[in-house]
Write a new protein. Structure first.
Length: 421
């Protein structure tokens, strides 16, 4: 069925570092990828997700139309440009090389939670076919399932009587790029850091932390370590899954809100344990149902503002204005989607990475938890390791053992959008 756009509007018209928003899941298997098993897994997986088998079309207004062409698989690490002939006009594609499997999907149509569902389905089919084993299907969406309406419909477009936002004002945040004088360093780079899940969770238990808040705290402390005399606010944005507040746990859309953690002057003299407790309190107070729905009301206002414009040029201008404002109020973003929660498939996985790009060129820290470890993907719009080194020093000084697995140029395919031609 055709899908009317709503949640997708802002992400489609927003650019980050000159490219469209994309989620790239990179899965490194223990063995070389087998092409036949790969094709089988993709074909079966996409039967389960008809709402991702779509192309962007226009009939007076843009909408997502069913796309019955095969989802493209390439034997490469680069993937293909989405919404083009290369991708059969899909907004999702797969690729592989050696023992790496990659899934690219437009962030306009889903978020990390939705992408996790797809990759779990893919792993069920791939591992079963590749290794001749029968994996448990509990909690995994499979072809042939009856797809409930709750997966299809956009809960934000359906939301009524959202609370009126408080309208609180925020001071501008410290801009890491400007503070470090890196405006001319335009090589987006990803630093991947592995940490034992068991050991880090033990550290959290001992220090009043959680994965998202503790990594946010270490990042805040790292920025302060570099710029102790900078008067601007150090504010880290933590991604918040809005599904619970919307009572829509099955929804596939991009449903990400934000909690804001400020590393203020008073906190800086406290011991780590007290700082961590304070960050958890900040997240807790900002993730009540009422607060999340207030954030959604704000997002709805932005969506409606963009959608109400009469031309693509006007929509781009509004989206750029919002992105610029967003950039001014955050120093960095931390996103912890959570555990993949598929241990029977995870034993065949060596590494798991989640890459995105931050709005306005912000530092983004993506943290998947797979195969018994956290992989901290430290993604930045520049190459200079000054922030990564300060972050790693925080880990070391707190007794956290880590493995800097690799440093890579952040090369991700784009999404072709008609208003950018």
């Amino acid at each position: 069925m055709d899908q009317k756009l709503f949640t997708e509007w802002r992400t489609l018209y927003s650019l980050n570092w000159g490219q469209s928003h994309l989620i790239r899941l990179r899965v490194r298997m223990c063995d070389l990828v087998e092409a036949g098993s790969m094709r089988h897994a993709v074909e079966q997986t996409m039967k389960r997700y008809p709402y991702f088998c779509v192309e962007l079309k226009k009939d007076g207004e843009y909408y997502l139309a069913p796309n019955e062409r095969p989802v493209v698989i390439t034997n490469s690490m680069s993937g293909v440009k989405l919404n083009t002939a290369e991708s059969n006009y899909h907004l999702i594609s797969f690729s592989y090389l050696d023992n790496w499997i990659i899934m690219d999907i437009s962030h306009a149509i889903t978020d990390g939670t939705g992408a996790y569902e797809v990759i779990r389905t893919f792993l069920y089919y791939y591992v079963s076919e590749r290794y001749g084993v029968k994996l448990p299907r509990e909690g995994v969406r499979l072809a042939g399932d009856e797809i409930p309406e709750e997966e299809w419909k956009d809960p934000v477009a359906q939301a009524t009587n959202l609370p009126i936002p408080a309208g609180d004002s925020m001071a501008e945040a410290l801009n890491p790029v400007k503070a470090a004088g890196l405006e001319e360093d335009w090589q987006p780079t990803a630093y991947s850091i592995a940490i034992s899940e068991r050991e880090f969770m033990q550290f959290n238990a001992e220090n009043n932390g959680s994965p998202a808040t503790m990594f946010s705290l270490f990042l805040s402390r790292a920025i302060y370590r570099l710029f102790p005399d900078n008067p601007d606010v150090i504010r880290v944005t933590v991604a918040v899954n809005q599904r619970k507040a919307l009572k829509a746990p099955l929804a596939h859309q991009n449903l990400v809100g934000a909690a804001f953690l400020e590393y203020d002057e008073k906190m800086r003299t406290w011991p780590l344990k007290r700082q961590a407790a304070s960050y958890r309190e900040m997240v807790s107070s900002q993730t009540t149902e009422e607060k999340v729905l207030e954030g959604l009301a704000n997002q709805n206002g932005i969506t409606q503002m963009i959608a109400s414009q009469q031309s693509d040029h006007e929509r781009i201008a509004v989206a750029e204005m919002i992105d610029e404002m967003t950039k001014n109020f955050t120093s960095a973003t931390v996103s912890y989607v959570g555990k993949l929660n598929y241990p029977e498939a995870e034993k065949y996985i060596r590494d798991f990475r989640l890459w995105t790009r931050g709005t306005g060129g912000a530092i983004v820290v993506e943290i998947p938890a797979v195969s018994g470890r956290f992989t901290v993907d430290f993604i930045q719009p520049f190459e200079n390791p000054v922030f990564v080194n300060a972050f790693l020093k925080e880990l070391s000084e707190n007794g956290i053992i880590y493995d800097l697995q690799d440093v890579m140029k952040l090369e991700m395919p784009d999404v072709k959008l008609p208003w950018r031609e």
